[in-house]
Each structure stands twice: as C-alpha cells, then as structure tokens.
Design a binder for this molecule. Structure first.
Ligand code: PHE
Length: 445
C-alpha cells in the first residue's frame, strides 16, 4: 500500500476533481438542457439538486475512496466478500467505461470543430449551413471514428503518465486556462447588443415551468452528470487523497466550481444566442449547429469560436481522463498490470466500444433502441439510470451499512449538526429524491 501514488498538493487534487466535473456536461449539455427546460427556473432547481443531492454524494464518494485506498470495488470491500454492495463498485466501473465510449465520440466532434475553427475551414462552409455541415460530418464513417480515436489517444497519454505526473499536471495547467477562457467569452457575449434577453432567460425565472415533471428529471440528471457522481470517479480520485486534505472543503470547492462553470458558460452562450435572434431550444445540436452560426455572425466570432471549441475539447479531455482512471486503477491493482500497459489496453477496448456510437448517425442510424439511436440510448441509459442507481447505492451504503461513527469521522463532518444533517440526507432525502426521479423518468419514457 505504501507505494500507492498520492496527489502532490491539495490544490492539484482540487483542480483534478474540478477537471473531472467540468466537461461537456457544463457547456454542451447544460446549455441545451437549460435551453429546453425554461432557463432560470431550471437553473434554480439544478442548483438545489447539486446542494442537497449531489454534494452529499461527492462527500460520501471521496470519504469511501480515501478510506479504502484502493479502487472502486475496494471501496465496498469492507461489507464482506460475498456482499451485494460490491456490485455498486462494479456498476460504477462499468458505467465509467460506458460513458467514456460515447463521451469520447462527442469530444471528438468538439476537436474536429476546434481544428476547423482554428484553420478557418469551419467558417468557409457556411454556404451549406451548419445543420447540413454537422449532419454530413456525423453521418460519415471514417471521420467521427478518427476524431474519437484522437481524443482517446490524448486521454491515454495523460493517464499513462500517472496520477501526479499525468493527471495532476494536465489539470493544473488546463483548468485555470479554461476558467479564464470561459470568463472572457462570457464578457464578450455580454458586450453584444441585445444580449439582455439571454441574461433574462438565464436569471429571471418563469416559475410556471416547475409544473412540468420532466423539468425535475432534467435538473437532477444534469446535476449528476455534471458533477460526475455515481461513476466511481470520486471513489478513485479520493483514494489518492492524503489524510491531511480537508475533505468537506474540497467537496464544496468541486460543487461550487462545477456549478459556477456551468453558469458562466450559460452567460457565454445564451446572450449570444438571443442577441442574434436564434432559438435556444435547439437540443443537443445547440453547440454544434447553433453556436457556429452565432460565431459566424458576430464580430470577432472566428477567434471566439476557435477559443470556444478549444475549451470544449480540453474540458472534455480532463473528464475523459478521470473516467479512464477508474478502470485503469482497477486493472493496475487487481491484475498487477503496469500502468501504461493497462491504460493502452483499456483505451483500445474503449475505442472499439465507441465505434457503434460514432457510427450511430451514419451507417448504423437505422438501429434504434426504443426511440433513441445508439449514442443517445447509451447516454440516456447511463445518465438517467446507471448514475442514479450507483448514487443511491453509495448513499445507502454510507447512510445505513457503514458504521455511523466511521462515516462521520471519515467525512470529517463530525458529530455536530453538519455531520448529522449530511448523514440524514444520505439516509433519506437523497435516496427518496432519486427514486422519485427514476419513477418519473420511467413514466416519461
Ligand atoms: N462531469 C463530466 C461533464 O460534465 C462528465 C462525467 C460524468 C465525468 C461522470 C465523470 C463521471 O462533462
């Protein structure tokens, strides 16, 4: 155990966990889900979910991970060999692989757009319109796979470098740069004439949307996905956390950093969308069809567009790294595999697993699972089902199975009001909220 790697500093650890949390979810997914669900009132619900459901689980995951000093499954090993709790760890690992397989495909789209925006190719294709540009690209066979492979190769390179020299270093560099970029883009968007409507959309609530049950499903799903809970990422990152890092403050930094990033991304996106009179409810295509159009029309848009797609690709990379670390930590520990071999092999497996998603808008477009194509079906299955299930298991394990005194001391919340409140959230509110939302989403299907 003594040879187990640890984060070199608290700041590096926090940047790495914020890097895991901040990703396509904060920019691509947040903007379209908020756009579809009414803006400000959705934002309010989402923040409530982060605070009351997401944050307690982040604390639970980090505490379990640090206690176990192992991988995702080790976090539940205390429950005993034959115990069903261990499946929670396995579901997390399986989920991380499943998410990564399609997440890397979308990250590949972002990379393609970044290269296109930087070389100028993206701005000369406007004649055909971005709708058909995007659809032709994703319907292609070789191209989406090649970009998917490129993003995976980058993630493999980082993870193979190890916890300190790979993951921590990349996040230390990238996260402050990404924060500056998103703030600059937001200020730029606010300076556009007519941006006020976008700001109102995001901040002045129309409470009537709260009458729609699907808004609650969307808010909780977004909180889970964006924080990255329930995928064993914080169990794994927590296992490299030294005892002297304050756990609750780290968890709060992750939740606040992640939510702020999404809000500032919203400020960068909606004012620009509204200033140009474009519909914010475009759905998943918002970042890839609507935004290039916005950039093309606005002054300085070519530069802003290149910077935006760099941001999207880099934010996706740091999340991919965290997801890849979950199975890699497992292989290194259980199979005693060398890190670089494990990373290369798992990267290759995920490359292959992602191919059906990469082709799901082209040659495999005819394959439908329910009403969804392959990529959308995996996304819906993971975000609406697997993430909440693992999150419930973690909440119940820490709330009911783990000794209360251990839970309170491992989380560093102590026996005071804060600790008791957190423990009850995990025991009752968190599981109930998740079950309610799962039932709701099953009836929406
Ligand atoms: N939180 C990441 C995002 O917002 C995605 C992610 C999900 C990362 C689950 C890790 C675990 O894009």
């Amino acid at each position: 155990m003594s040879s187990r790697e640890q984060w070199s500093s608290r700041q590096g650890f926090i940047l790495a966990t914020i890097g895991a949390a901040v990703g396509l979810g904060n920019i691509w997914r947040f903007s379209y889900v908020a756009g579809e669900n009414g803006g400000a009132a959705f934002l309010f619900l989402y923040l409530l979910c982060v605070l009351l459901v997401g944050l307690p689980i982040v604390i639970a995951e980090l505490a379990l991970g640090r206690r176990a000093q192992g991988d995702a499954v080790a976090a539940f090993e205390e429950a005993g060999d034959g115990s069903v709790w261990r499946y929670a760890g396995w579901i997390g690992v399986f989920g991380a692989i499943a998410i990564l397989s399609y997440y890397a495909v979308i990250a590949g789209w972002a990379l393609k757009y970044f290269v296109g925006a930087a070389t100028g190719a993206l701005w000369t294709t406007a004649a055909e319109g971005y709708g058909s540009y995007f659809k032709t690209f994703i319907a292609n066979t070789g191209e989406p796979i090649a970009w998917h492979a490129a993003m995976l190769a980058a993630a493999v390179y980082v993870v193979a470098g190890g916890v300190r020299k790979g993951i921590e270093v990349v996040n230390r560099w990238l996260m402050p740069i990404l924060a500056m970029i998103i703030i600059a883009l937001a200020l730029f968007a606010l300076s556009l004439p007519g941006s006020g409507a976008g700001v109102r959309f995001l901040f002045s609530p129309d409470w009537s949307v709260l009458a729609k049950p699907e808004v609650y499903v969307a808010a909780l799903g977004q909180a889970f996905f964006s924080l990255g809970v329930g995928m064993a990422v914080f169990l794994t990152y927590g296992s490299y956390m030294p005892r002297n890092f304050r756990l609750p403050t780290s968890a709060v930094a992750i939740a606040v950093g992640d939510a702020l990033f999404a809000i500032v991304a919203g400020v960068a996106i909606f004012p620009a969308v509204f200033a140009l009179g474009i519909d914010p409810t475009a759905g998943p295509e918002l970042a890839f069809i609507t935004l290039p159009q916005v950039f093309l029309q606005m002054p300085g848009g070519a530069l802003a567009g290149a910077v935006f797609f760099f941001l999207l690709s880099a934010a996706a990379l740091t999340s991919m790294v965290s997801l890849l670390e979950v199975p890699v930590a497992m292989a290194v520990r259980r199979l005693k595999c060398q890190r670089w071999k494990a990373t290369g092999l798992i990267g290759a497996i995920i490359l292959v697993l992602g191919i059906p998603s990469a082709l799901s808008f082209g040659v495999l477009a005819h394959i439908k699972i329910g009403r969804h194509g392959i990529l959308d079906a995996i996304d819906a299955g993971v975000s609406n089902f697997l993430l909440p299930i693992t999150a419930i298991l973690i909440a119940l394990y820490v709330g009911w199975r783990l000794d209360k005194a251990i839970a309170l001391s491992e989380s560093e919340l102590g026996e005071g009001k804060l600790g008791v409140c957190w423990h009850w959230l995990l025991r009752a509110l968190v599981p109930m909220a998740i079950v309610a939302i799962l039932l709701q989403s099953a009836s929406v299907l």
